[in-house]
Design a protein around this ligand. Structure first.
Ligand code: ADP
Ligand code: MG
Length: 644
């Protein structure tokens, strides 16, 4: 023990305690905007207006027309752990509001000059309280205000210069705040939200709870390109539903900046979810690229714990493995099922708001066709999802929904291609079957009345491309890329059918790991075995690898096992062996695929076209490049300025 004075324990001054709490919740103007916006949404506001000055550093004002706060409660709203949203522990188990900790307003009030004005529905006048960073709050006084609440936050961090120094330029802070508003707005299409900076309108979003409104909101936040290059998805399980739009693999991005995930309307960034989505896109994405998506997970609130982190961005699922598998399977299936057959009925034009019509002409490559394009506007007879109302692609697990409600395949007036495109994997996709009612068929004179989706080969261009004619126009296929995908999928299927066979290592590989990791290995020995890995605990913090999958015999057993352990730790499961195996198969496929400048004869070309049609994920090669593109007659006409 040294000779310094013995430290004593004392209670923190409440205003200091608030500022420390503020450190967790409020690190920049965007965080204030998030909390105020969420409060307005919790108050059931229909219209929310956000005004910022100097990126929010000088002023953040959020005005709503929600339920308001009673005059007697105004001062209380600024006190720590005062909330109207929870009363018991049971409430905490199934929180439905965005806030519940009662920390945001006091935290913000402790680092700014805050003014809270509110009027409830019954009241005939508004009331206001003001604070200037200190604990003392003067009694509320009357103030003119319509029904709802306005929170004004001025001079953020004026009394905490250390924190203020960490702020960036007003422009940067504004960008963060705007992104926050966009993110939250995406999850609440029913609420009108506007944002302005120095009185300049930046966002002006109409509130509309209908499916059209939701599509409009997604379009406004994510942009038209995303709408064109994404497909709607809906998938249900007993108590889970995921819906939204998934960017096509070819619409991947250099940054993970177009990824929006909501759990029961709450913006969430979660490792488990990111992992499931990444895995679903795995092997159709270029290495280092990020998928784009807007996905909404709906589940019972008591299945998810939102009380994990002060900003509530992280959540904990009670049945994490189930959620992971559900998401992975739904999304993976959706990506796998992007077949050429689905795109042929695309009516040129808009991704209209009703989400049922088709996509525009651009983005017309192998992956560039949306499921939404598969249905034909008003005449679409298929059932729509009752809850979202979207005429969206549904994964095979819910195939029975269609079987029950859609007329038998081939019935009159039915759009075959829609049905065909929804076939379960393994059955041939929509190829030759559709010969009726195509508006294009008559135009072209019925010559290709039996044309399969990718049509018939006309010629092989320089041994690199196949040119084919289908009823829409010209199809161009990259021979190597397409063949590579086909070989790869075949190899994978073979591997899956045979299961993972493993073989003993000549010499066991001994590894030192942490005690926790050794525990994990011991507890999950069976699961390792299911992956073809035999690994035993040999000491408190030592393990020994005895056996690994035959296919991976040339990989480093130690790093494989370490990776699998960390997968188990992070996500509760490991897809490492499958991933490694797939990587290996991909390399083999690339070597096994037809390589440049081999001229193909007609039979070979047509066989390849048919193979593409019946192969999963055939729209992209293993590296995420498109394998084929479609040029429609009217696109060609436009190139030649015909009909102008
Ligand atoms: P929390 O949202 O976790 O309850 P806050 O500190 O954000 O905590 O808000 C405290 C309380 O103030 C809320 O529980 C709510 O009763 C009230 N409140 C805050 N903002 C609003 C608003 N815009 N409209 C109505 N009530 C509000
Ligand atoms: Mg709150």
């Amino acid at each position: 023990m040294n000779t310094a004075i013995q430290p004593r324990i004392q209670l923190l001054d409440p205003s200091l305690a608030n500022r420390i709490a503020a450190g967790e919740v409020v690190e920049r103007p965007a965080a204030v905007v998030k909390e105020l916006l969420e409060n307005a949404l919790d108050a059931d506001a229909r219209n929310i207006r956000i005004d910022l000055e100097e990126g929010g550093i000088r002023l953040i004002r959020v005005r709503d027309d929600g339920c308001g706060i009673l005059p007697d409660d105004l001062a209380l709203a600024l006190r720590r752990h005062a909330t109207s949203k929870l009363t018991s522990f049971d409430d905490l188990i199934a929180v439905r509001t965005l806030g519940f900790r009662g920390e945001a307003l006091p935290s913000i009030a402790s680092v700014s000059r805050l003014r809270l004005t509110s009027r409830t529905r019954e009241a005939d006048a508004g009331w206001r309280v003001e604070t200037d960073g200190s604990e003392s709050i003067a009694a509320p006084g009357p103030a003119a205000h319509p029904q709802g609440t306005t929170v004004e936050v001025r001079e953020l961090f004026f009394n905490t210069p250390a924190r203020r120094k960490f702020l960036r330029t007003a422009k940067t802070e504004f960008r963060h705040a705007e992104e926050t508003v966009r993110r939250i707005a995406l999850g609440h299409p029913d609420v009108a939200i506007s944002l302005s900076h120095h009185d300049r309108a930046v966002l002006n979003l109409q509130g509309d709870a209908s499916e059209a409104g939701t599509m409009a909101r997604i379009a406004e936040i994510c942009g038209p390109a995303f709408m064109e290059e994404s497909l709607p998805i809906v998938s249900d399980a007993t108590s889970l539903r995921v819906w939204g739009r998934m960017g096509l693999p070819t619409f991947s991005r250099a940054q993970a900046d177009l990824q929006y995930f909501f759990v029961n309307g709450r913006v969430v960034r979660d490792k488990l979810i990111t992992h499931a989505v990444r895995q679903a896109y795995q092997d159709v994405l270029y290495h280092g690229r990020h998928p784009a998506y807007v996905l909404f997970l709906e589940m019972s609130p008591d299945g998810v714990d939102v009380n994990v982190h002060p900003t509530k961005h992280e959540v904990r699922f009670r049945e994490s493995r189930l959620i992971h598998d559900f998401l992975f399977r739904a999304l993976h299936r959706a990506i796998a099922d992007v077949h050429p057959g689905v795109m042929l009925d695309k009516t040129p034009g808009q991704w209209t708001m009703d989400g049922r019509r088709s996509l525009p002409l651009s983005g017309r490559h192998g992956g560039g066709s949306g499921r939404s394009g598969a249905s034909g506007g008003e005449k679409d007879p298929l059932p729509t999802s009752a809850e979202t109302g979207f005429e969206a692609f549904r994964v095979s697990e819910v195939q029975s929904d269609y079987d029950a409600s859609a007329p038998a395949h081939g019935a009159r007036g039915q759009d075959h291609r829609v049905l065909l495109s929804r076939q379960t994997p393994g059955s041939p996709p929509g190829m030759v079957a559709d010969t009726t009612d195509s508006p294009h068929r008559d135009q072209i004179g019925g010559v290709w009345a039996d044309a399969p989706p990718l049509g018939h080969a006309i010629m092989c261009l320089h041994g690199i491309y196949i040119l084919a004619q289908n009823d829409r126009g010209l199809v161009i296929v990259d021979i190597h890329a397409a063949h590579e995908r086909i070989v790869y999928e075949r190899l994978k299927r073979g591997a899956a059918e045979q299961g993972i066979r493993s073989q003993p290592l000549l010499l066991p590989v001994n590894l030192n790991v942490s005690r926790i990791e050794a525990d994990l290995v011991e507890e999950r020995a069976d699961e390792f075995m299911a992956l073809g890995i035999e690994v035993r605990r040999t000491g408190p913090d030592a393990i020994s690898v005895r056996q690994i999958p035959i296919m991976l015999r040339d990989t480093d057993a130690a790093s494989l096992v370490r990776d699998v352990i960390s997968d188990f730790t992070v996500t509760g499961m490991s897809s490492r062996v499958a991933e490694k195996r797939d990587q290996l198969l991909a390399t083999m496929a690339c070597h096994g695929a037809l390589r440049g400048k081999k001229s193909l004869i007609a039979v070979e070309m047509n066989a390849l076209l048919r193979d593409i049609e019946s192969t999963e994920r055939a729209g992209q090669c293993n590296h995420g490049r498109p394998t084929w593109i479609q040029l429609d007659m009217d696109e060609l006409d436009r190139l030649f300025l015909r009909g102008r």
